[in-house]
Design a binder for this molecule. Structure first.
Ligand SMILES: [Zn+2]
Length: 358
């Protein structure tokens, strides 16, 4: 057994329609001058509410800066060299995963106070201690881990309700995958404290989505903030982040991924995946394969029905992949690092019969 000496910081967050009113209380202790970094559309969606709250708090926004296009080390460096960055007391990161991850890699590394303002419910970037880094050509590079997340995440559900629904739609697929992947990867093991907590809590990445997912998505389509939407946002943004922080504390072995993600990463070879589909959408399809390979009939039926109801993919055609392409990808899936730590060896035969059944 390993004796640990470690630090683990959990995210601090607030959720609701009026959370920006807490800006003064949460941010003023760090200074008055704010640099806002984010995506163009995200800044447009949040600007009015942020400015009102900042004014009430007696603080100042020095400038709005667009983060770039992808979360790359070059984009981080470019922001680091801005004079306004040096002058600011803190950064407000506004946007989806890539904008927030760029700001995390900038500010957490520099020890600059950082607050996140997620505007879409597509993933848990607002609350995690990791940035997903990309190469200059827009393809995946690696995860970059930190010791702690941003100081506080302001999760405004009204803004998220007004965002395009495809983000929450895909976020749902990536979120329920977290439960199945954690549960299967850890099966039969006596787990240490943080991993055990992560696996236990991962159940909450599934249940709220089965209960509220469809209603939340319908509300998102009409821009209506509701209890169902709030519960779904919390599962996608907060629960998944906490689970991921616990499950990656040890970095290896990996309980934080599994066959659904292996399917996704093996398919990214085909440009149609990155060009026309979202990460969580394809991962949600991968969960169906994972459950069939695992022999979980009841769970498969449940997720198949959920995907049908939400319009998430249930067949190859839905993700623009041909049977020949999948045939080829089956050679790569068992080799993906996501299934290095798995209770059994994934074989081509297993994938083949899962695909036939599907
Ligand atoms: Zn994912």
């Amino acid at each position: 057994m390993i004796l640990h000496n470690y630090e683990l910081s959990l995210p601090s967050y607030s959720v609701g329609e009026n959370v920006y009113n807490l800006i003064g209380e949460k941010c003023l202790p760090y200074g008055k001058n704010i640099l806002v970094i984010g995506g163009t559309r995200a800044i447009a969606a949040a600007k009015e509410k942020i400015e009102k709250a900042v004014r009430l708090a007696g603080m100042t926004i020095l400038e709005y800066v667009v983060y770039g296009k992808d979360c790359t080390y070059a984009a981080v460096e470019k922001l680091r060299n801005l004079p306004v960055y040096t002058r600011s007391d803190m950064v407000f990161a506004v946007g989806g995963g890539k904008a927030l991850d760029t700001c995390k890699n900038l500010c957490i590394v520099d020890n600059k106070p950082l607050f996140t303002f997620p505007t879409i419910a597509s993933n848990c970037a607002a609350c995690t201690s990791v940035s997903i880094m990309y190469k200059e050509d827009g393809t995946f590079l690696k995860p970059h881990f930190f010791l702690h997340p941003a100081i506080h995440a302001f999760i405004d559900t009204e803004i998220m309700a007004g965002a395009p629904d495809r983000y929450m739609w895909a976020g749902i697929g990536d979120t329920y995958a977290k439960y199945y992947e954690a549960e299967i990867s850890s099966r039969g093991e006596v787990l240490q404290h943080f991993t055990a907590l992560g696996v236990a809590m991962s159940k909450e990445c599934l249940e709220p989505l089965v209960r509220y997912g469809a209603e939340a998505l319908a509300d998102n389509k009409t821009g209506k903030n509701s209890y169902a939407l709030e519960q779904t946002v919390l599962a996608i943004v907060v629960t998944t982040a906490i689970v991921s922080i616990f499950l990656t504390r040890d970095f290896t072995p990996d309980y934080n991924s599994g066959l659904a993600h292996a399917v996704f990463y093996a398919l990214t070879t085909y440009p149609v995946i990155e060009r026309e589909h979202l990460h969580g959408e394809v991962v949600g399809f991968g969960v169906l394969i994972a459950l069939l390979c695992d022999g979980q009939e009841e769970e498969f039926a449940k997720i198949y029905a959920l995907n049908k109801e939400l319009g998430l993919p249930t067949k190859l055609e839905d993700i623009g992949i041909t049977p020949e392409q999948f045939e080829e990808a089956m050679g790569r899936i068992p080799e993906m690092s996501d299934v290095k730590h798995y209770p059994y060896k994934i074989t081509r035969n297993m994938l083949q019969s899962a695909m036939e059944r599907l």
